[in-house]
Design a protein around this ligand. Sequence first.
Ligand SMILES: Cc1cc2nc3c(=O)[nH]c(=O)nc-3n(C[C@H](O)[C@H](O)[C@H](O)COP(=O)(O)OP(=O)(O)OC[C@H]3O[C@@H](n4cnc5c(N)ncnc54)[C@H](O)[C@@H]3O)c2cc1C
Length: 485
Amino acid sequence: MNRREFSKHGVMLGVGALAGFSDSSKGSAGRQSGDYYEEPSKKLPIRKFDVVVVGGGTGGVVAALAAARQGARTMLVECKGYTGGTVTEGGTALHSFYNLWKAFPGVKKRQVVRGFAQEIIDRMLAVGGCSGHAEMMRGYNYDSVCTAIDTELYKLVTMQMLDEAGVCLALNTLVTGAITDGSRVRGAIINSRSGREAVYAKAFVDCSAYGDLAAYAGAKYTVPNDYACCNSIGLANVDLDGYVAHLEEHGGSNQIAYGIRSGQPGKVVRFNGGLGGEFSAEARKIGMSSMITTVHDNYLMFVKCNFKVPGSVINRDDMAKAELEVRKRQAKAVDLFRKHVPGCKTAFMARTSPTLNIRRGRLITCDYDMTHEDVIEGRHFDDDIMVYGFHDNAPRYQVKNGGTYGLPYRALCAAGIENLLVAGMMITSDHRAHMSTRNTVCCMGQGQATGTAAALCAKKNCGTRDVRYNDLREALIKGGVYLEA
Ligand SMILES: Cc1cc2nc3c(=O)[nH]c(=O)nc-3n(C[C@H](O)[C@H](O)[C@H](O)COP(=O)(O)OP(=O)(O)OC[C@H]3O[C@@H](n4cnc5c(N)ncnc54)[C@H](O)[C@@H]3O)c2cc1C
């Protein structure tokens, strides 16, 4: 863009102070240099914490809670105006995965994910926002239980819990950079309507799903681009009982769970809504190949249209095209429901996710990378921070004998960085192993481990690798985490 075009642009966009390219209300001047604009240097106010957690989603909520409960002065930076992340936006619910039991005959029922992940469920149950761990009556070679949640109450409950724990909640605030000192992260640059600030901490936890802080801090990463994006719809004004009855008359749903819905026990909370015929043929064209859903009263969550982004999932322009394409598909999906699905004649789109969701974006290289064999062989490590047993591709891949595998602490230490832990969908490069570690409840467990460890680092003023495993294990067990001997 030459200077004339630039000026024209400036006028069109209503940029007030073109002379001198003033870039802030304080009026400090930057410079244009060829096709680039050089930002003026600027003093940023510094805020200091023990632990900063980036991303208040599935893992980040638990990480911040864990750090604060260890007594660390904790800031949670979340770019949206609420917490919960993909748990609330995908409408995915916490489908299951707390328990292991029926997938293999004879396996004793046991809950393997407890701790703060379970505490959130207890709080949700207390306000009528959760179906409880409802037993799967069909489809249990895949899941043993289904834990459907009211996603709006999840936002409220998690924000209240963070507030009670004394976490400084920086909502509507985006992390846009890192301040590093050799291999140490000193601070994160955050942007909000209060301006740009530098937040310093002794230890950082990146739970941003895309590994934004880690990438800014120079961590190694890859972008596998191996999944379609989707934006899940909440479809309201649905006669659920009518829909489920129709499914049962026509071959039935291959997944079904009953639980508390709208205060009434024994109601369907999960089913698989495939209808076959014209509906399925048309649905496939818009990336709506599966219709497994959890439900609220007269409301279908998690109706999703998939779209494989032709470019990169970390490219703004490619993603803007994908956002539009998916919205076109969603409009078609609603038409299909109205036309073909009993009980949906007057259904409408009550909500969509604020942005496209994807199962993985950036993958951050960590000190250890979980393998498929680690998962399915049920391996445990001498630095396990949680145990888990669910696999998204069951029954094809399942942990041997219906047991658990352990997730080692070192799988959460960002390689080459002294004081940065990562948790959530950004770990585990093996596609098949990731189909287990990325699940919501596993991300929550990782959150508890990273938040606890970060607080221990801050207390001891040490790097993430200098935390004594026995101290971490003891703190996790005190926090209710289940670890095998
Ligand atoms: C379509 C779909 C279906 C799925 N189905 C299931 C399922 O049925 N069951 C299951 O268990 N799992 C499912 N998953 C996987 C699971 O939901 C995710 O892997 C998990 O929720 C990811 O958790 P996370 O903490 O890594 O990220 P998120 O929960 O996405 O949290 C990341 C948070 O970081 C914030 N953030 C991002 N960048 C910044 C920044 N720079 N500054 C500040 N904040 C930032 C975001 O706003 C967000 O709140 C599904 C995923 C998808 C996409």
